[in-house]
Ligand binder design. Sequence first.
Ligand SMILES: Cc1cc2nc3c(=O)[nH]c(=O)nc-3n(C[C@H](O)[C@H](O)[C@H](O)COP(=O)(O)O)c2cc1C
Length: 472
Amino acid sequence: MIFEPFSIGDVAFKNRVIRSSIGGRTAYYDGTVSDAWKNFELRFARNGVAAIVSATLNVNPVRWSPLEYPQISHDKFVRPLAEAIHAVHAEGCRYVIQIGDGGSHVQTSLFSQPQDGYGPSPGFDLLFGYRSRRTGMTLADIEQAVHEFGQAARRAREAGADGVEITASKGYLIHQFLNPAVNRRRDRYGGSVERRFQLLREVVGSVRRQVGPDFLLGVRISAWDRNYQPVNVRWPVTWPLREFVRGNDIGTYLRYGRWLRDLGVDYLHVSNGYGFINPGETPGRFPLDEVRQFANSTRHLSAKAAVRATILNVLPKVLLDRLLGIGWTTGEAANLGDARRFREETGLPVIANGGFQRRSLVEEALTSGACDLVSMARPLLANPGLLEVFRQGRESPARPCTFCNRCTVRTTLFPLGCYEPLRFDSDAEMEAQILDWSARPDVPEPLPWDPPAVADLSTVGSGDGHRAGRRE
Ligand SMILES: Cc1cc2nc3c(=O)[nH]c(=O)nc-3n(C[C@H](O)[C@H](O)[C@H](O)COP(=O)(O)O)c2cc1C
């Protein structure tokens, strides 16, 4: 079934494999997508995936996470996006733009700023976000956020995307409003299951108004919150208090799924867990070294970030690995069972995500009716030609992704690529591949001017020859 076409509304997918969001530092510092970004996306399109879901593009002009991630918060970003999408379309690949707002989970910033701590209500979170305290948003802030989502969706359509996907997962702003442990409001945006859904309801309405009734609209949703699963805290509390520390369970999210269907959402992209990174979303190993690197790079931003970095540096690695790594027990196709429940409950097309790499597993996920499409991130980052491997009837590539999660955290600091040494013969080979991922497009467009003749530099550094070269 992997190579059978599938349609959602007017959008036809040539097969069932989608490149899941992979965010990286591939935009210019102002958030405009660069040639490196275009090249990155093109690689997946050329290797045959049916569609690409973009990285989470920021809808808010000041809340970035992290720097050099693409923005869609202003009309000036539309044209470069349109050029890249046009190139992807030329490869027969669909393009869906994912739009999001990090809220209080913004992890990095050029300078520390209050807006990076905005969430549904005041609070403290040691794991996610760099601001020491979360600040409750005013009604005007919320209205502005809804407006920004709508405008971002309009831009996605103007850029020629085939669809737009709203980020209601990852612990981002909308997810914070859905999560009862984080949203303690007592107004129309909090206090009950219905009211915590209000922000998402308004965002969907705003997006739909901007893109029109026929444009593909999806929502990336978590099936469980399991707050603090990343550090495996087992809360000794029982219902009814449980949801106020652990967050929502799948029962609530299935209700939300039905409400989203009734609001006219076209598909659900099912993920898991609360916050990025967490073992529900990126199953595999806890990347302690990388988390330390990240904590050290942000320690200057707040007292909390400094304390976090100190804890991670002072405690011995063995202890931290044990403590932080225990919750990381999720494995292959981690969210497939949940995806099936969403599909059954809502009747909507469902994309399953998280830990797919083996051909038989993808095939089984599709033929068993658990999902309609499968999306992959790390396995395609490791082996962009994975679909060809499947087409040849092979189970997996020679050097598969190990789900080490090094890429997942390093992407905030370094170029996007696979950082698993076990997959390469040498560090030099690994570095060459990483740098190639961020190279200029393979076929540079002709320059609109005649480049000046390049002097012979072979004699550079040899005294007279150097000067002679310059005189020429
Ligand atoms: C480097 C990297 C960047 C990611 N960036 C995003 C992102 O911007 N938005 C998002 O929703 N998910 C993001 N994810 C999560 C992936 O889309 C995907 O859900 C996750 O990696 C699990 O799928 P996989 O097992 O196929 O990798 C990212 C993952 C990685 C590894």
